[in-house]
Write a protein that binds this ligand. Structure first.
Ligand code: GTP
Length: 355
């Protein structure tokens, strides 16, 4: 058996998670108490793969600054930086010089998953495949490109988003590839594996297999998925060996102060040094380090950035508050509202009214 490397693609801009991604790349956002990427790195390590190359671009220095050589997590990490983002395929081609084996596991860096990686690798090996994709089934596949397979598990097409999809199987952002496939990707220009490399392989008659896995899966690309994924990790619905505490209704990090009359539920995370005031409710939300929630405030399905302050009695529901923003008392923000870092909103300045 040849050795296996892992490549994690972490160079995206994370546009859908702005303004949180203005200061940190998406895979570094605190998710159930640790950077999102930590959950994936430990999952790869637990599957027995310890040489991991990060394909970085946007805010590349943040990754190496935090993870270093990977030794504290029991892995060997290398970093390759793209000056201009090269897309998913270009990023994989760009790290080829660091790969050691003939088999490479590739991951998008923003997915939380419980998929069985050894099973994925076994399908790849037994089929002597060129590529083996992890597919997951979703309730509403219309928002995704779909990947139909035949009775032997061979991929038959890569289909774009369709209002009437032929299958509920979608590409889950993880795949095994032969080293020779990586070497065939054109160098020095942006390439998408999903739109160019994989369809090209199919057209050329390559052996593209699928492993459909029923385990937990969520792409944390949007604020709604980000808070839901974090809450699932905290509650043990999503598996992770990197959770810095026991699973339960909430995760409170060291140095946080939660008033005894406050309520934490729904898989909320209270960051280090954060404060939750008397009678406040934090439900299914993520408070980054140093966030302050005033007395009687209610924070539901929301993200509150580093050092942001929320006034007494303010209601947040499905919103993103940028780092160090200061919100006064008695505000009401809902339904996808986003407050930019450092913004200041006076007492009672905004009240949401539906319609
Ligand atoms: P949005 O801007 O909100 O769409 O997020 P994103 O930039 O992360 O894009 P997307 O979610 O489609 O990316 C999927 C994965 O591929 C993420 O882990 C990205 O970090 C990564 N990725 C996307 N484009 C590039 C790229 O050009 N280079 C590298 N190295 N990684 C990329």
């Amino acid at each position: 058996m040849t050795s296996t490397d892992a490549v994690i693609l972490v160079g995206g801009l994370g546009t859908r998670l702005k303004p949180l991604t203005l200061s940190a790349p998406k895979p570094m956002l605190p998710t159930a108490g640790v950077p999102l990427l930590t959950h994936l790195i430990t999952r790869i390590r637990d599957a027995g793969v310890t040489h991991i190359v990060l394909g970085t671009s946007y805010r590349a220095e943040v990754f190496s600054g935090h993870f270093g050589d990977g030794a504290p997590l029991g892995v060997e990490l290398e970093y390759v930086v793209e000056v201009e983002p090269l897309g998913t395929g270009g990023a994989i081609r760009n790290v080829a010089g660091r790969l050691r084996g003939d088999t490479v596991l590739v991951f998008n860096g923003d997915v939380i998953s419980g998929a069985d990686l050894p099973a994925l690798m076994a399908v790849h090996e037994q089929a002597d495949a060129d590529v083996t994709l992890h597919l997951t089934r979703v309730a509403d596949p219309r928002a995704f490109g779909c990947v139909p397979t035949d009775a032997e598990g061979r991929v038959t097409a890569f289909l774009e988003k369709d209002p009437d999809p032929v299958t509920d199987q979608i590409h889950a952002g993880a795949y095994v590839v032969k080293r020779s496939v990586i070497d065939s990707i054109p160098e020095g220009r942006p390439v998408s594996v999903e739109r160019e490399t994989f369809p090209g392989l199919l057209a050329a008659g390559a052996r593209v297999m699928a492993h459909v896995d029923a385990g937990y899966w969520r792409d944390l690309g949007t604020p709604g998925d980000f808070v839901a994924g974090s809450a699932d990790l905290v509650q043990g619905i999503a598996p992770s060996s990197a959770l810095p505490g026991p699973t339960g209704p909430a995760l409170t990090l060291p140095g946080a102060h939660v008033d005894p009359t406050a309520t934490l539920r729904g898989g909320a995370t209270i960051g280090a040094g954060a404060v939750v005031g008397a009678g406040a409710v934090v439900d299914g939300s993520v408070l980054f380090d140093g966030a302050v929630i005033g007395d009687g405030a209610t924070v539901t399905r929301s993200v509150v950035g580093f050092g942001a302050r929320i006034g007494a009695g303010t209601v947040l529901d499905d919103v993103v508050i940028g780092d160090r923003a200061v919100l006064g008392a008695g505000l009401e923000l809902r339904a996808g509202a986003r407050v930019w870092p450092g913004a200041q909103l006076a007492d009672g300045a905004i009240r949401f009214s539906a319609g």
